[in-house]
Design a binder for this molecule. Structure first.
Ligand SMILES: Nc1ncnc2c1ncn2[C@@H]1O[C@H](COP(=O)(O)OP(=O)(O)OP(=O)(O)O)[C@@H](O)[C@H]1O
Ligand SMILES: [Mg+2]
Length: 348
């Protein structure tokens, strides 16, 4: 009774602090903030100039006294103060619309797999410093599995691969717990780095990260299938020999070749993880397959490549880039049913 009354009055938020994107879920409202994890600061007076997309667009184009900062590195907080500012700004933005006063929220924050106790405490501390009354932590692949509506409470093996910008997290979930897992600091950003390196080596052309991102989204393809029509694209960069701007044409085959190092590491890690699944759950994995989530799972034909390399069916969920935050939302809305997935605090 008391817990019902308490939950009625508490103000609950879900927070997914990603390497590339920060998302906030507000109880009974849904996804209310979804912006790049980027802040632009004037270092002369510490003033915040912009956040999210506007800050990202400033990257590489600023005078020396303006810094464009990405405070999350491979899923982990690398700049505590800037992360705190980003969370405060996100919360202020939604509270301005909702309240005349500002209640202190309970924050349900996602936690990357395999972080140290210090990194875990840092997530709790930053949420508290940003105004949270209490913080609950949920591991990202668990949140993604709940977001994907997998039967995490059943005694069956749910194999999920959550691939963001800085991390690929592989987990097998059964009976509300993570049975085996692996986390790699290799994901969407690695594809961009592969593309930048390849174009520099083959064409003596220097690309910015945003151009590499556009290339990946437009003609990136993890598995070229014979009958497919060749995808082409014109790109602009800086000629390393002359220092002048130059335009070249590239095709999907070249980008597929460029991305091979990252594709190999990821498919090998998934294969290894399948081998490590306890025998009692192996049959489930072959029957039910692998579920792919996270923004990088949108890379064209990545599901087909993993399925071909690992010999297991692969399912790409709907709207994979919001799986984690949707999962946090389900936990908030159905707390009594899902509270067992909350991990112990670093202070316990
Ligand atoms: N259509 C697409 N094709 C390929 N990659 C994509 C596509 N759309 C988004 N991405 C990639 O998804 C990544 C962002 O995904 P997401 O928002 O899940 O990451 P994140 O949560 O910020 O990072 P992490 O969980 O690793 O800390 C970026 O690297 C982006 O390039
Ligand atoms: Mg993420």
């Amino acid at each position: 009774m008391f817990s019902k009354l308490f939950s009625h009055f508490s103000y609950n938020l879900g927070l997914d602090l990603g390497t590339a994107n920060t998302q906030l879920y507000e109880q009974k409202k849904g996804l209310v903030i979804n912006w790049p994890t980027v802040i632009a600061v004037n270092t002369r007076n510490d003033q915040i100039l912009s956040v999210g997309k506007r800050a990202e667009a400033m990257s590489g184009k600023t005078p020396p006294y303006i810094q464009v900062i990405k405070p999350i590195d491979h899923g982990v907080i690398s700049d505590f103060e800037i992360t705190e500012k980003l969370i405060k700004l996100s919360i202020n933005k939604i509270q301005q619309k909702t309240f005349n006063f500002s209640p202190r929220p309970v924050i349900f924050a996602s936690l990357p797999l395999g972080v140290t106790e210090v990194e875990k405490k840092s997530v709790e501390d930053v949420a508290i410093q940003s105004g949270a009354r209490t913080v609950y932590l949920i591991e990202q692949p668990m949140a993604a599995a709940i977001g994907a509506r997998l039967s995490i409470k059943e005694p069956v093996g749910n194999f999920i691969v959550e691939m963001g910008a800085g991390l690929t997290q592989i987990a097998v979930i059964s009976l509300e717990g993570i049975v085996t897992s692996k986390s790699l600091p290799i994901a969407g950003q690695s594809f961009n780095n592969n593309i930048i390196l390849h174009i520099r080596e083959k064409f003596n052309l220097l690309l910015g990260n945003q151009v590499a991102e556009e290339i990946k989204i437009k003609i990136g393809n993890a598995l070229l299938i014979d009958q497919q029509e060749t995808q082409k694209m014109k790109i602009k960069g800086q000629d390393l020999l002359t220092g002048l701007p130059k335009e070249i044409s590239i095709i999907d085959k070249q980008i597929n070749e460029a991305m091979q190092p990252t594709l190999k590491i990821i498919t090998e890690a998934i294969k290894d993880s399948i081998e490590l699944v306890p025998a009692s759950l192996t049959a489930d994995i072959y029957e039910r397959g692998i579920v792919l989530s996270g923004g990088s799972s949108l890379l064209k034909n990545l599901d087909k490549l993993i399925s071909q390399q690992c010999g297991v069916p692969v399912h790409l969920i709907d709207d994979p880039a919001t799986a984690v935050i949707r999962g946090l939302g389900y936990i908030i809305e159905d707390f009594d049913n899902l509270k067992n997935v909350i991990v112990p605090s670093a202070c316990d």
